[in-house]
Write a protein of this length. Structure first.
Length: 279
């Protein structure tokens, strides 16, 4: 009950506090409008990741759940469950897919900043599973002694060019750290790509169009642009913020064909229409 109240407060606070995000001028003006709310399959009692693949939704449960992906319709009808072979759900926090149809399940939740077994499971198009182990080069204490250095929890990733981008949750430092992971290497040490101040706890992220992405937090959706090949300066530009105070403990977001899907750990699935209009 205490946790439910806490997450309601985190979500509802967006109604009353000014948005700290500094939006920058850009060539697009996003519009986001609510379509409907439905329910997830009952087996998804703590949905923490979400993707659309072949017009079907996939999700998984949070820490301690079974190592399964649940496949269901956009109206919440369960089709089947898919076991991720040779995998364990220590703290699954997000799922992503690349342009080739490979899926990536992030077992990188690290609430106490003490894990040494962070990994991502890569599932190819024929359901072969490969484990990618990784660590952070800038973490030398498990956990860090100073509170401001406890910045190694991760709940969001998305594909970017030939890499995966991982976002720290920044619960203490207010500074988001981004890392690039090579999905073709079985083990690697990640160095920070760059950081930016968001003043929000990132719980999921998804690609909308080319280098336009959506970052999900409690009670808020933030539209940003990532660096592109013509302008590779490592910087995120925040171009739009949308307050979503009633989505509660929202920890998963994905985009497909003009529609944004958000799920929360209370069993709800929300649909929003997204348009990127030229200014």
């Amino acid at each position: 009950m205490i946790y439910k109240i806490a997450f309601w407060i985190l979500s509802l606070q967006t109604l009353f506090k000014p948005c700290p995000c500094k939006t920058e001028k850009n060539w697009i003006k996003p519009t986001i409008s609510f379509i409907e709310k439905t329910h997830l399959p009952r087996c998804l009692n703590e949905s923490s990741g979400l993707i659309v693949l072949n017009d079907t939704l996939y999700s998984h449960n949070d820490s301690g759940g079974l190592p399964y992906l649940y496949r269901f319709s956009k109206s919440g009808l369960l089709y089947d469950s898919v076991k991720v072979n040779n995998a364990k759900n220590i703290d699954w926090e997000d799922i992503s897919t690349d342009k080739y149809g490979n899926m990536y399940v992030g077992d990188f939740g690290n609430n106490y900043n003490e894990r040494r077994d962070l990994c991502i499971y890569k599932i190819d198009t024929v359901k072969n599973v490969r484990k990618i182990n990784f660590s952070y080069s800038n973490q030398t204490e498990f956990p860090p002694q100073k509170r401001k250095n406890k910045n190694f929890d991760c709940e969001a990733m998305l594909p970017f060019q030939n890499h995966l981008v991982l976002f720290s949750k920044a619960k203490t430092s207010k500074k988001e750290m981004l890392y690039l992971l090579n999905p073709n290497e079985n083990s690697q040490i990640l160095t920070p790509w760059f950081h930016f101040k968001l003043h929000e706890r990132v719980t999921s992220a998804t690609v909308i169009s080319e280098n336009v992405i959506a970052i999900l937090s409690y009670g808020k959706l933030i539209i940003c642009t990532l660096p592109d090949e013509e302008n590779p300066e490592p910087k995120i530009k925040i171009i739009y913020c949308k307050k979503l105070p009633l989505v509660r403990q929202s920890e998963a977001v994905t985009y497909n064909s003009g529609t944004l899907y958000i799920s929360n750990e209370q069993g709800d699935l929300f649909r929003f229409k997204v348009e990127l209009l030229p200014k």
